[in-house]
Structure formats: C-alpha cells, structure tokens
Ligand binder design. Sequence first.
Ligand code: HXC
Length: 514
Amino acid sequence: MSEENKITDLKQRIEKIEEGGGPKAMEKQKAMGKMTARERIEALLDPGTFHEYDMFVKHDSIDFGMQGKELPGDGVIIGTGDIGGAPVAVFAQDFTVAGGSLGFRHALKITKIMDYALNMRIPLIGINDSGGARIQEGVNALAGYGEIFFRNTLSSGVIPQISVILGPCAGGAVYSPALTDFVFVVENISKMFITGPEVIKTVLGEEISAEELGGAQVHSEITGNAHFFASSEPECFRQIRDLVSILPASNTKPAEKIAPEPPLQKYDISKIVPNDPAEPYDVRDVIRSLVDGSRFIEVMELFAANIVVGFARIHGETVGFVANQPMVLAGVLDCDSSDKAARFIRFCDSFNIPIITLEDLPGYLPGIDQEHAGVIRHGAKMLYAYSESTVPKITIIMRKAYGGGYIAMGSRHLRSDFVFSWPQAEIAVMGAEGAANIIFKKEITEAENPAEMRKLKIAEYRSKFANPYVAASKGYIDSVIEPGQTLQMIRHALKVAATKVAGRPAKKHGLPPF
Ligand code: HXC
C-alpha cells in the first residue's frame, strides 16, 4: 500500500469507528433527546482540543453470539483535552454500541485513562451512558468494574473525579460515579439504578418507570446521589466547565488564581440578615455579598437545602462555603445536611481549599424520625470532618449558635483558625425559652404568677447567654465584628492562614462514622 493509500485507509477506519453503532442507533439516541458520545466530548472541552486514544481496541468475547460482532471502540471513547486551557482526562460511553455496556476491553480503556489522570495529576471526567456490566461477558465484565472501582478509590482525594450520568445507567455504571466526587444529572435523560425496571419486573413482579425509580430529580432531591442538576445537556456541560475551572487540578496544585472582582453592590450584607432571630432569609445572599462577582457554585442545591455548600472566589482565590440556611427548616442540622456538609468539608480539605462557615442555627433537629434515622451517627460525621480537616477554617457566627450546632459548625473547639461573631449572635446550650423551662422549673411552678415568672427567667437567661460576649470572654471567639466588616476580616484571615501548618497524629487512616 502506498503512503497515500495508507492515509486514506486510516481515515476510512477512523470514519467507520466514529459512526459508533451506526446511523439507526444514532437516530434512536437523538430521538431520546440525547447527544452522541462524540458531541458530548466536543461540548465539554475547549474546541479542537480533544485527543483520542485506543480508538482501534476490539472486544475479544466469543459467547452468546459475540464472536466477530463489530463493536466500534468497544462502546467507549477515551482521551485528553482542555477545559479553560487546562488538561483533563475524559471517557464517554457510547450507548449506540451494545448499550454502552461494559465489557473487559471497554473497562481496560477506562482504566487506562484513569491511570493517565492519576499519574498526570489532572481531573477525570466520566460520561456514563451504559446498561452496566456486559451480560454476555459474565465475570470478565465484573472484573472490569472491580478495576474501575479500585482506581476510583485510589484517585479519591488526589484528583477531582467527576461523573456525568447521561442515559439509563445501571449496575456498575452507577457504583463508579458513587465513588467519585461530583455527579451531574440532566432532567429526563439521567437514570441511575442498581437494577433496571426490567429486572425489577422479573424478580419482584413490580412495574415501575425508570424515571420514578431513579430519575434526575430523584437523585438530586431524595437520595443525594447527584450533586448538580441541569435541564439540558449543554447546560450540564457548562456547569462542569465552571466547576472544573474553580477547582485545583490535584491535591498538589492550588486552584488557578484569577483577577479579583468585587461582589455586586446589590448584595448589602448589613441588610440581608434580619435582627429578629426567628425571621428567615436566604443565606446564599450573604455568600453572594462576600464573593468575587457574587458568583457562587452551589453543590447539591436540591438536597438537604437546610445547609448550603459550594465554591466561590474571594480576592481571586477558591474557597468553600458551608452555611446554615434559615429559609429551610430554620437551618437545623439533621442526618442529610450533616452528610452533605461532612462530605463537602472533606473534599475541601483533600484539595487544600479554605473553608468559610456561616453559622445561624437552632441546633440539631429533635424527634423520633431523626433519632431512628441515625442522627447520632450522621451528625457525628460533621464533627469528624471539621476536626480532621487542616485547611484554613474561618467561622462567622451571624445569629443563632445553639447546642451541638454551635460546636459542629466549625467552632474553635474543632480547630477553626478564626471565629468571628456579629454582635446580634446568641450562643448558648439551647434557646432561652427551653432553657428557662428546664433550669427554673421549680421557681416557675411555685411562683404566684408562673407566666410572669417564666417571662422574667427567660429574660434573665437571654441577657446572660443570648449574646457573643460570654464566648468572647473565654477566647472562643476571636473578634466581635460588625456585619459590614465581615469580608475584610475573612480576607485578612485567608492571607494570614495561607501559610498555615497543622498536623494530626500519624495513622493509617481514621474511622469516620460512615
Ligand atoms: C449487554 C446490554 C446491556 C448489558 C443493555 N444492553 N444493557 N447488553 N449487557 N448490561 C443492550 C441491549 O441488549 C440492546 O442491544 C442495547 O443495549 C440497548 O438496550 P435496550 O434495552 O434496547 O435500551 P433501553 O430500552 O433504553 O433500556 C436500557 C436499560 C436496559 C434500562 C439499560 O437495557 C436494561 O435494563 N439493561 C440491563 C441493566 C442492568 O440490570 N444492568 C446490570 C448489570 S449488572 P441491541 O443489540 O438490541 O441494540 C452490573 C454489575 C455491576 O452492572 C456490579 C457492581 C457492584
């Protein structure tokens, strides 16, 4: 074959593989409102930066009619490219080829790109659109998943791992994402389940739709498996690009510092938080009043909305926020919000992102539902996550800081580096009403006018504890500040803590209350 013919031959081979499962399967994919695997990669990366590897890999299974069956690329595309000029590693499963199912060669392609990502210390983004383990390949397919799970775990805390669910993902196709840091889903397109509706019908005799079983909303609002929800695939890829741009590429490299920008003037911190401790407000407006361009990337917005977590920049540098949300359940801590915050804190700590805590909560949610759901175990995760983290930690007590909530929300006792309080803060074991009922029970019941006595005792307790000065007198709070000074204090604290050195005793690993 002449040189020229060889090039023509190469081009033809590439073209054939790029057709994936063929025009009919591609049409079916489009009819479902889905982009193709190649279109997805294009939408995710900077234009023209994708470089593909292992395009010519073939499966070698022979059972159940698989011998000689053409599966272009074995149903997955791998490669590297750029997001905002910085390299990332990518794989995208192609549902048009055997339902994106994972055979052993398909798995080897994924593990190859995972190894690149880990060795090169660059983020990994996996686009999942797969029916799970390729049934015809039996234990070889399971082995492939095992290899992926092992690498997900090795890479955890070293490089950011992002999963995108863009189809009916079942079995191993959802366990690998569950081991990664951030899962993105798209309305009407993403489905996640261990076993699909067909299997449920066969095994349990129950009819259930894929959407009801594990649609995008289910995983964003109920299970907490998904961290970002989008209404279309292009929106999802924009979200991923924003997230990747604000994160460090690995645990050994800081996030890119960009030109600082002031927060938008419409967010005036002194007007956002009402004085009445019972009046709700949106804590995200407080965050927006502090961060560059008032841009806040919220993580798990729809799950456990009583706590808000996410990333932003202050003076050009990436920070993580953990904030009680008084607008939802008065901002209490419960099982789900504790899980959400603990995981986020551990992510920030792994990737050296300073944590800013905004505190305003009445404590942990009481009641039998929470107790039986394991609020002790889940709540303890927060205590563990704050205590073990060594990144710079800055806490602002804005209004209420009661009971376990005071300790859990980045208190000095769990080693926050700076704790600032606004003058309207109330720091006590519990609210004045509850406290007076317990410790002045005798005086109240024996008084001539119990209602009057109760009022008096509540006022007495409030004037003693419902302020920041008792905590400040013990040094638990570094400064009592005016709300308008908050940003200045945070910026200075970040500067001071930038060279922080903190240690924990050497161990193989700790045992957080999983
Ligand atoms: C082989 C598969 C497959 C699989 C789908 N296909 N899943 N081939 N192994 N796991 C093939 C189909 O045969 C079909 O091939 C093509 O993909 C498209 O599938 P359809 O069923 O036509 O598509 P749809 O109706 O959209 O349904 C998609 C689906 C369904 C919901 C994913 O296919 C399904 O329920 N598949 C099985 C899912 C499952 O239970 N997986 C668990 C595997 S166990 P043709 O040639 O007809 O186009 C597992 C263990 C991991 O993953 C362990 C982790 C701990």
